[in-house]
Design a protein around this ligand. Sequence first.
Ligand SMILES: [Fe+2]
Length: 319
Amino acid sequence: MVIETEVGRLVKMEILHLLKFSDNFIGVEVHVLVNGKYVKLNYANDVFVQILRKLQQKEVSEVYINEDDCKRIVEEIKQSLSEQSLNDSKLDQAKRVEIVSAALDTVKGVINQLGVEPETVKLLKTINTRAMALLQDSPSLLAFIREFKKNCSEEFLLSILTNYIMSLMIDKFPWRSAQVKEKGALASLMCDMTLKPEDFAELRAWKTSGGKLSSRLKMHPADIANKLKKDKLLIPIETITIIEQHHEFPDGSGFPYGINANRFNQLSAIFIVAQQFAERLHEARYDYDKRSAIIKDIRERYSSKVFDKAVDALTIVVG
Ligand SMILES: [Fe+2]
């Protein structure tokens, strides 16, 4: 959302994003909201990061930047993801992973504020293509995780793992195509885009111990889907359906709507199974020997026709 203020058109931005991509943000005008007024911060370029860290220490998590700066940053991210920039021989693989991960975090932040636009959807697709290429350059999926988990956010790692596994699973179906894979990939990149790191911790705690889930967390699949429905010409309906259903279970015990088994299509089921596998492998600290136990657990929890087919595909894919 763009906020009209006495100092211009401002967009809310999480400090976390500004810090992750600080090279691109240096020089950007930053405002903080103090007693209902937007106050411009004074800083020299070299203290930009320190000032933002100090704000974080005071438990300020968001600041405001000019709408034009926000668009400029999107342009800079696009540049940094171009094949020419990313394949620069001066960059090592770890730095490339870091750039793609930070790009995803920032683009999600921009979409949260400004909604989806053709440019940001294109960027999400580029991020996925670049991430898949980086994965393929690694000797194995697990080697990639071991080597690069320090260079990227947990959500980035889980998203690209989901996409990689999902893409291999889709190949086991006669209707496989690059377009179908892209629809799933977009869902994976956006399905939790309104959540913060502490929200993931709350969700994990809820999964293991149950109890009450806050309504904001419970409604995040519907909230994000509704936001994207406004721009349905940009986001495929299959992507929106997956986002809406990614925490549902075929026995009706999921959220936000508690839908039953016959409401899931095959692509949704494949996505959910791939995402569950990635998530549980992460919880098992990437101990690949646990894959059979994880698959058995998913098969029991998601028993129904379309999910059975998805789990069969997963079993072939992960061996
Ligand atoms: Fe979610």
